[in-house]
Design a protein around this ligand. Sequence first.
Ligand code: TRP
Length: 364
Amino acid sequence: MTEETTQEEVVDTASTFKEAQRRSDATWAKLRAGETKGFRVLTGDRPTGALHVGHLFGTLQNRVRIQDLGVETFIVVADYQVLTDRDTADAIEDNVRDVVLDYLAAGLDPKRSTIFPHSHVPELNQLLLAFLPLVSMPELDRNPTVKEEIKAANLRTVNAAMYVYPLHQAADILFCKGNLVPVGKDQLPHLELSRKVARRFNERFSADVFPPVHALLSDIPVVLGLDGQKMSKSRGNAVLLKHTAEETAKLIKGAKTDSDRNIAYDPDGRPEVSNLLRLIAACTDDTPEAVAARIGDGGGGKLKATLTEALNAFLAPMRAERKRYEAAPDHLQSILRDGIVRAREVGEKTLREVRKAMNMSYSL
Ligand code: TRP
């Protein structure tokens, strides 16, 4: 089913990215100015494990900021999407719990943000069936993020969920008429699909059910792992929110630096050192250059010590909050139950409109 990405698509992706960035900046300006009306945020994660600081700086902080600005927020835990690139569901329950604890630790407030696993919202899942006729197979096959995930997962056979999950993601977003989606740039192809599906649905069924969907990109789209590679739990190069201060210190001790004792911010020439500087800067609300100047000739040792202290201090209140929720499993369950009830209410309303537009509201 695969075909090579054409040059045209590469160019297209670049211009799409620039356009998304421009839009995202404009939306941020609006939100910061208190113009939150008409926006509904939907975003989420695949529960494949506890979240790390890459998630925190890449998206979680953004979500909290948006929630605190007063925008209605929905957070989907995309548990079905776990099975796109793995065969077993054994770890899903634990992982959902970990992810939700991480959300709460990071500052998502269940009173203001609706948190739910999509497996428990049948109305959302049914939308996928309404969306399937709106896309072609080659369109699903062309998705560059899906292609990359297939390559990265080294799969013997690729299951259909892998090709279809971006459409399921459109259902995640559109079931509640979400129009703002805070994500990293790897998700832009999926949002492009959501936008197309919303438009095609409205056009084909002469209805005005779904809004246009836009990405809200974060200031730090990519924080790398401690070895300068993509941050991921399985590579052992990630600091998790749930790690202890000691575990964090040990991980950072093993971080990759270089032999130049003079610490300087040089993302191209010294990617690993620069990444650690960015991490410190994110914790101390500084620029990486200013952090580098402070460390000066201190070398990798001082760089790591500075990062350990900054990161542990920054994460301490979140880790304490996480522990509090962890000690109250009944409360955690009731948060999820409430989230599901709210999501189903909203989904039922949308599904009713969808059925009506599709001439399928026979008995209603
Ligand atoms: N595909 C996303 C990821 O891999 C997770 C996700 C599922 C999502 N549904 C979503 C993100 C809806 C934003 C909106 O990270």
